[in-house]
Design a binder for this molecule. Structure first.
Ligand code: TXA
Ligand code: MG
Length: 320
């Protein structure tokens, strides 16, 4: 766990334009001062992230939103009041203080308050909003542990704060609630059903290809280096002796797999989400030729898990 001195040092690095990886409740973020265009540019460089993929700005407290962006539409305010700190990212107008590189030139900005004490104290001590994507190279598995960050980004990051494994395990839900009917741009750790309790019915729009409304929604993303095949149903499939890995939801498959990960023996979707990327990181490191994955029940956070598995299964060539 980061000591106070580490936090102060990390905050100083942020203020000086450096990069700091830090834990949130969803995944580890790769943070830079969101008011500093050159600092933000370093994020894109470190991740090999295309410049058209905008960043999420992180605040220490919900009360910091209005001073930064001014008054927000009532439904946006209601969602922030209900779910911040927490795994919900909201779309607002980009304020002049935030340089366009952070939003990839969009006139809108994605913003959230993470539900993690280390993250919030880091941002508060730095005294600036912090732009942070997930702390992985573009398109690859998101990091849920500090060691994933170190393995994936290495020397590109000045400081990695270790807060242990992240609680939710998958990214925040992104909602554009500025219009008549809210639109979910990315399924995530906050179930759509929870959002709808506040807003009424929403439209779920993942994966519009072409124009990157939210590139976490690109068809191929969140990919392990090992090819991943997603099964059509929940049926267990026997291994055939080839060195293949199996990602199960709750029941261990029959023998024959070189490596097996069970997401939640109790069949709990929240636990499954928390373990998803960790399990994929392990299967990826197991030296198997293919990862075979079962879908999970398509309800609550299970929708976001299946979304990540579908994207991991879409063929995509990792950057290196
Ligand atoms: O849980 C999370 O959200 C994590 C932690 C670190 O906070 N962050 C994260 O960032 O997942 P990243 O960069 O991996 O994904 C951010 C997503 C991208 O798909 C991006 O396109 C979308 O947010 N996004 C950012 N700004 C946007 C905007 N103005 N309009 C629509 N989508 C936006
Ligand atoms: Mg990401």
């Amino acid at each position: 766990m980061p000591a106070d001195g580490d936090l102060a040092e990390a905050a100083a690095v942020l203020r000086a334009g450096g990069l700091v990886a830090f834990p949130t409740e969803t995944v580890y973020g790769l943070g830079a001062n969101a008011l500093d265009a050159r600092a933000a540019a370093r994020i894109f460089e470190a991740k090999a992230r295309p410049s058209f993929d905008p960043l999420i700005t992180h605040l220490a407290d919900a009360a910091d939103l209005e001073p930064l962006v001014g008054p927000v539409p009532p439904v946006v305010a209601a969602l922030a009041a209900r779910f911040w700190p927490g795994p919900l990212t909201l779309i607002v107008d980009r304020p002049a203080a935030i340089p366009p590189i952070v939003t990839s030139g969009l006139e809108t900005m994605a913003v959230r308050v993470p539900d993690n004490d280390h993250a919030r104290r880091l941002i508060a001590v730095a005294g600036v909003p912090v732009a942070a994507p997930s702390a992985n190279r573009f398109g690859q598995l998101s990091p849920t542990r500090a060691e994933h960050v170190v393995r994936g980004l290495g020397a590109a990051v000045e400081v990695v704060l270790d807060g242990g494994p992240t609680r939710c395990g998958i990214e925040s839900t992104i909602v554009d609630a500025r219009g008549e009917r809210p639109v979910v741009l990315r399924l995530g750790a906050l179930p759509v059903e929870e959002v709808e309790k506040v807003t009424g019915p929403v439209t779920v729009r993942p994966g519009s290809s072409g124009h990157p409304v939210a590139p976490g929604t690109l068809a191929a993303h969140y990919a392990p280096r090992t090819p991943l095949r997603l099964l059509g149903g929940g049926e267990p499939v026997a291994g055939d002796g080839a060195r293949r890995g199996y990602l199960a939801f709750r029941d261990r498959p029959v023998d024959g797999w070189a490596a097996v990960e069970v997401l939640s023996a109790a069949g709990d979707l929240t636990e499954a989400a928390a373990r998803l990327f960790d399990a994929l990181h392990r299967l990826d490191a197991a030296g198997v030729t293919e990862i075979v994955a079962e879908p999970v029940p398509e309800t609550g956070v299970g929708r976001a898990i299946n979304d990540r598995l579908r994207r991991a299964a879409a063929t995509w060539q990792p950057a290196s």
